[in-house]
Ligand binder design. Structure first.
Ligand code: ZN
Ligand code: ZN
Length: 403
């Protein structure tokens, strides 16, 4: 305590303003360690021989309410699951402005009322909450509105990693808002606000949302397949994000089991993860293996088809943005690598191609040539027009480094 020093002239001027011990001490809050502001205030007042005023002209005796604030904080924080918490508060702007004006007038800069309230409410609430305070990445921020003693919780999102299979050619990966009403609901979408009844996102997201008592779900896939394509094999990595989760320790086995009751999609390898994984998932550029059912516009035999397939080993294709996505993507030419292609005849005029391609390859266009927008193309090499009738993703090679 003995290292607490203050300018007696400034202190006398400040005390003359009719400040409570907290507000008086806080003006000198940056000096003297291991001491609360109200103790500082009392020391100053004692040395000046003054009593604490009836009511503080700066804070309106806000600090008398700290126990109540802390109880509200504890009650709210204890109603949700978290490993840690942090207290924040909203103070009447008139008070923070008056505080700044006082600093200016006295020519000093104290600690802000917000900082003191956050810390002191946190101290009182801590034993009632029994979770550590976390400053950097709190799972719960309890924000006290000091005007109404209201507490609002801000809960950090829950992130769940997994892999999915899409077993239907009729559902998209993510929620697809209705084109006409943009989600509000109209006759076109039967008031669902959506183009499709469900999606890979909703099948698992709706269940997880309910289990976690969250507000909204978001789906971050490692790329996406077309609606009419299946996602087979070991599945595609994704991160499901649940906002404002009241429960964090949800049973992922249970979630997987419930989600897998759907015939449209399958989920596996669920585990809790963090926001960093979303970034990694979004930025990943794995090669992919596809299976394409191709119809040739004319007679082809096995030797021709297999020969052309074998010729595409480590071949770069110049792909101009396909006509089918032209309306939503910039028109440009991209170089993409075809690692290998294997062919198998199905019946007359139909064959199956299995091929591994670099991330971002337009496979349908590589096969058809897209009227000369993809060069070279399977169709061009075969000398016969080709169309992909069905396309499935059979592997996402996210574990391997690109060769
Ligand atoms: Zn005060
Ligand atoms: Zn609609």
């Amino acid at each position: 305590m003995e290292d607490f020093t203050f300018d007696l002239d400034i202190a006398a001027k400040a005390a003359d303003k009719g400040l409570c011990d907290h507000c008086l001490g806080r003006l000198f809050g940056k000096s003297g360690k291991g001491m609360t502001n109200d103790v500082r205030g009392r020391i100053i007042r004692d040395s000046l021989g003054l009593d604490e005023p009836e009511e503080c002209t700066l804070c309106d005796d806000l600090f008398d309410l700290m126990d109540r604030f802390a109880e509200n904080v504890a009650e709210n924080v204890n109603s949700v699951e978290s490993d840690n918490f942090l207290v924040g508060c909203r103070v009447d702007p008139a008070v923070t402005e008056a505080e700044k004006a006082l600093w200016k007038e006295l020519g000093i800069e104290g600690e802000s009322i917000k900082t003191e309230l956050n810390r002191e409410i946190g101290k009182i609430a801590l034993p009632m909450i029994n979770r550590p305070v976390e400053f950097k990445n709190p799972q719960v921020v309890a924000c006290v509105d000091t005007r109404f003693a209201d507490v609002e919780l801000d809960l950090s999102p829950l992130f769940i990693y997994g892999r999915y299979n899409k077993l239907s050619r009729e559902i998209p990966q993510t929620i697809w808002p209705c084109r006409v009403c943009k989600g509000k609901g109209c006759a076109r979408c039967d008031n669902t606000g959506k183009m499709y009844q469900t999606s890979v996102q909703e099948i698992i997201g709706d269940i997880a949302l309910e289990m976690a008592g969250g507000e909204e779900h978001f789906f971050h896939g490692m790329g996406r397949e077309d609606i009419d394509a299946l996602m087979l094999g070991d599945g595609r990595p994704f991160v499901l994000e649940i906002s404002q989760p009241k429960k964090r320790n949800i049973d992922l086995d249970q979630l997987e089991l419930k989600a897998n009751e759907s015939d449209l999609a399958r989920y596996r390898s669920l585990s809790f993860t963090d926001r960093e994984e979303v970034k990694k998932t979004k930025l990943a550029t794995p090669t992919k293996v596809y299976r394409a059912r191709v119809r040739a516009d004319g007679k082809v035999n096995k030797e021709q088809v297999v020969g052309v397939a074998l010729s595409f080993r480590d071949v770069y294709v110049d792909q101009r943005t396909p006509r089918r996505v032209e309306h939503r993507r910039a028109d440009l030419i991209r170089k993409r690598r075809i690692l290998w292609v294997e062919a198998e005849m199905a019946d007359d005029g139909t064959f199956d191609l299995t091929l591994e391609t670099e991330s971002g390859t337009y496979v349908k266009e590589f096969v058809s040539g897209d009227e000369g927008r993809s060069i070279p193309s399977f169709s061009e090499a075969l000398g016969v027009g080709c169309v992909v009738e069905a396309l499935d993703v059979i592997a996402i090679n996210d574990q391997e480094e690109p060769k």
